[in-house]
Design a protein around this ligand. Structure first.
Ligand code: PRP
Ligand code: URA
Length: 208
C-alpha cells in the first residue's frame, strides 16, 4: 500500500486555512499554493540520492554533496502550474514536463489534451504536481503515463485530497507515495472535495 504523508506542520495548517477561505484573492491564493508546496517538497525530497563532491572554501577544501538523481516535475494542467516555480526555486536543475488533463464534468473521467514527453525518459524521480486529488482519476492517469514512459520512482504532491482519491491511488499505484497537506471529509455529488477550497484552477487564475 502507498505511503500517505499528511503534513501536520503548524505553518502548513495555518496557510491551508487561509487557502480555503473564500475571501482569499487569487494573488494571495497563488502565494499560499507556492508556500505549502515548498513544505511538501521538503518532505518528499528527503530521500533523494547524493554524490560526494569537493568544493574549495576560501580556507580549505570541503567534502560536500550534490544531487545524484535527475528530478522531473510533472504539473497537471492547469492547477498544477502554481506548484512548479516554488519547487524550481529550490531545485533549479529539475526538468519540467507538462501533462494536460481535464476532468469531464459529466463523467468525472480525465481527458488528456497535452503530452509532449519525449520518447525516452530522461529523469530518475518524478514529482507529479496537482493541488487537488478528488476522484483520483487525473493523478492516476498521469502516473500511468509516466510509468509507460519508463520512470521508476514517482511521488505525488497535492494540497487537498478526498478519501476516494487516496483509495484509488492506493489501489492503482501502491508504489507511489502521496505527500498531502490534508485529507478532507468526502466528495460531493458533482465530484468536488468537501470542505475543500473550490476549484483550484479557477481560484489561482481568476477564471470564475
Ligand atoms: C482539477 C484538479 C485535478 C482534477 C482532480 O482539474 O486540478 O487535475 O480536477 O480531480 P480528479 O481527482 O477527480 O481527477 P480540472 O479538471 O478542474 O482542470 P483545471 O486544472 O484545468 O481547472
Ligand atoms: N478539482 C478542484 O479544483 N477542486 C475539487 O474540489 C475537485 C476537483
Amino acid at each position: 500500500m502507498a505511503d500517505v504523508m499528511v503534513s501536520r506542520h503548524p505553518l502548513v495548517l495555518t496557510k491551508l486555512a487561509m487557502l480555503r477561505d473564500q475571501r482569499t484573492n487569487s494573488k494571495i491564493f497563488r502565494e499560499l499554493v507556492g508556500e505549502i508546496t515548498q513544505f511538501l517538497m521538503y518532505e518528499a525530497t528527503s530521500d533523494l540520492g547524493l554524490v560526494e563532491c569537493t568544493v574549495q572554501t576560501p580556507l580549505a577544501p570541503y567534502a560536500g554533496h550534490q544531487l545524484r538523481e535527475q528530478i522531473g516535475l510533472i504539473p497537471i494542467l492547469r492547477a498544477g502550474l502554481g506548484m512548479v516555480e516554488p519547487i524550481l526555486d529550490m531545485i533549479p536543475t529539475a526538468h519540467v514536463w507538462h501533462l494536460g488533463l481535464y476532468r469531464d464534468h459529466e463523467t468525472l473521467q480525465p481527458v488528456s489534451y497535452y503530452n509532449k514527453l519525449p520518447p525516452q525518459t530522461n529523469v530518475d524521480v518524478c514529482l507529479v504536481l496537482d493541488p487537488m486529488l478528488a476522484t483520483g482519476g487525473s493523478a492516476s492517469a498521469a502516473v500511468t503515463v509516466l510509468k509507460q514512459w519508463g520512470v521508476k520512482r514517482i511521488k505525488f504532491l497535492g494540497l487537498i485530497a478526498a478519501p476516494e482519491g487516496v483509495a484509488l491511488m492506493q489501489r492503482e499505484h501502491p508504489d507511489v507515495p502521496l505527500h498531502l497537506a490534508a485529507i478532507d471529509e468526502r466528495l460531493n455529488d458533482i465530484g468536488y472535495i468537501v470542505p475543500g477550497l473550490g476549484d483550484a484552477g479557477d481560484r489561482q487564475f481568476g477564471t470564475y
